[in-house]
Design a protein around this ligand. Structure first.
Ligand SMILES: NC(=O)c1ccc[n+]([C@@H]2O[C@H](COP(=O)([O-])OP(=O)(O)OC[C@H]3O[C@@H](n4cnc5c(N)ncnc54)[C@H](OP(=O)(O)O)[C@@H]3O)[C@@H](O)[C@H]2O)c1
Length: 286
């Protein structure tokens, strides 16, 4: 399992593929914008390919991390896609945050071709990817997971198989549902504290030690209070993820009133020009 490929060298994929190369794997990368693949080669070595099919050709494991369902279909099922080049018995691991529906669709296609498919969205953001500290939520078959688990440790601090294909994406939806509510709560508390004339930095120093503490509070309160949002996980990406979760909720009969409301709040942030702002920018509309 020494030859692997990585499709999609974005904010997440670029450092993830780098960790693989630094861990001793022979990595072939593909990126739609070739310049990024050249930059990656300059930094890490390895090889680059002109198409996803070519990148996948000799690989035992093909990792993918692109934007959404449509991008994923394009790099897998498209004319020069991974599935037209990949060898038998290889395993395709998709790290894109996408729908459970596309994961099931690709797993079926992979099964027909005698290859493995795992949906494996990640959490931990750009910093987690750069530091090799991501968490990975995986759906698929145990025998496929057992083969790739140790390789993913190159960039992950924790990964777990959570059920059949699609389970990784469903788990990531739970992750995003949790985050939406927590960030809105944090934004409201800081808004309230500012209007009450409190020193919110000092208040957070205290309340973050108790039951109100959260990753968002620890990592975002300073920048929120300084009105800094030009970094982090973009509002556009969050709306994509919440749309996926709300669609799935309709299908499985879940009621997500808070998630639906926060999604609309993010639409307000987009209207105010915040498409690329970090998700903590919910405070700006208050
Ligand atoms: N950023 C985060 O903090 C974070 C955290 C957890 C999960 N995620 C998820 O991880 C995925 C990637 O996020 P990211 O931040 O790395 O995004 P990004 O920086 O925008 O990178 C997206 C990558 O996908 C490629 N791509 C997009 N559409 C494509 C297509 N149709 N054909 C071929 N390549 C295509 C892009 O190629 P080009 O370079 O040519 O545009 C780029 O390499 C998303 O699903 C996101 O929701 C992101």
């Amino acid at each position: 399992m020494n030859k692997v490929s990585f499709i999609g060298l974005g904010v997440m994929g670029f450092p993830m593929a780098g960790h693989l190369q630094n861990s001793g794997y022979q990595v072939t990368v593909y990126n739609r914008t070739a310049k990024k693949a050249q930059d990656w080669l300059e930094q890490f070595g390895g090889a680059m390919a002109a198409t996803p099919a070519e990148a996948a050709k000799d690989s035992d494991i093909v990792f993918i991390c692109v934007g959404n369902d449509d991008d994923l279909r394009q790099v897998t099922l498209g004319p020069d896609g991974v599935f037209s080049g990949v060898k038998a018995n290889a395993i395709v691991v998709d790290h894109t945050t996408a729908s459970a529906t596309v994961a099931r669709e690709l797993a079926q296609k992979a099964n027909e071709m005698g290859i493995g498919f795992l949906d494996a969205p990640v959490s931990g953001g750009e910093a987690g990817a750069v530091n090799g500290q991501l968490t990975v939520m995986v759906g698929g078959e145990q025998n496929h997971y057992a083969i790739v688990e140790s390789t993913m440790q190159a960039y992950a601090k924790f990964s777990k198989l959570l059920g059949p294909v699609g389970s990784g994406q469903l788990a990531k939806m739970m992750n995003q549902i949790c985050i939406a509510g927590v960030v809105q709560g944090l934004a409201e508390a800081l808004h309230f504290g500012q209007n009450a004339g409190l020193d919110c930095m000092q208040v957070v120093e205290v309340i973050s030690q108790g039951a109100a503490g959260s990753w968002q509070m620890d990592n975002r309160h300073k920048t929120m209070l300084n009105n800094e949002y030009d970094f982090g996980f973009a509002v556009d990406w969050m709306r994509k993820d919440l749309d996926i979760a709300l669609t799935e909720a309709k299908n499985n009969g879940s009621t997500l009133p808070l998630t639906a409301l926060v999604d609309q709040f993010y639409a307000d942030v987009q209207k105010n020009g915040g498409n690329r702002w970090d998700t903590s920018s919910l405070l700006t509309r208050l």
